[in-house]
Design a protein around this ligand. Structure first.
Ligand code: PNS
Length: 164
């Protein structure tokens, strides 16, 4: 049976670190669904959910086994509905571990059949996060080597002149 995994997240916006993980995950499972959480508790997002869907679709168009979707509610319920066997998450540094471990254990408690797979992005992206990208961008910093080209364009359209 083909192995399907969900790569869930907020992706506000997609970074090169996310894309690196998508490439690694897509090479490992038969089908990878990048799933954007619709009801994120992270505050007001920079990009709407449809904008994020479009950006990720554009950036992952070359992968034959990657699709993009959105979900609400519990991840385990969504994974079950998708017939996915695993959840893919990235760990950049030890500081990510505690939160990721708690989440993986809670998800295992909620659904013992769903595995969490951790992968590490390339070393050059270990410091890259959507939160930092937005912070640097808002202060006029150049983030063009840290996010895909289509995300650079979207950032420019949010605040023309801020990204060189
Ligand atoms: O990109 P993020 O913000 O680190 O992603 C977090 C995400 C979306 C994976 C996580 O918040 C999530 O799965 N939310 C869905 C709600 C849920 O299932 N909660 C219980 C698991 S702890």
């Amino acid at each position: 049976m083909p192995t399907k995994a969900i790569y869930p997240g907020t992706f506000d916006p997609l970074t090169n670190g996310h894309l690196d993980l998508i490439a690694r995950g897509a090479g490992f499972v038969d089908e990878l669904v990048v799933a954007i959480l619709r009801n994120s508790e992270k505050g007001t997002p920079l990009f709407s959910v449809p904008e994020r869907v479009e950006m990720i679709r554009e950036a992952t168009a070359s992968f034959g086994n990657v699709t993009v979707d959105t979900f609400d509610g519990l991840l385990v319920d969504y994974a079950r509905q998708q017939n996915a066997k695993a959840v893919l998450r990235g760990i950049r540094a030890i500081s990510d571990y505690e939160y990721e471990f708690q989440m993986a254990m809670m998800n295992r408690k909620l659904d013992p059949n769903l595995e969490t797979l951790f992968m590490m992005p390339a070393e050059k992206y270990t410091y890259v996060s959507s939160r930092l990208i937005k912070g640097v961008f808002n202060l006029g910093g150049d983030v063009s080597s840290l996010v895909p080209p289509n995300v650079v364009e979207r950032l420019k359209s949010k605040a023309p002149g801020k990204v060189s």
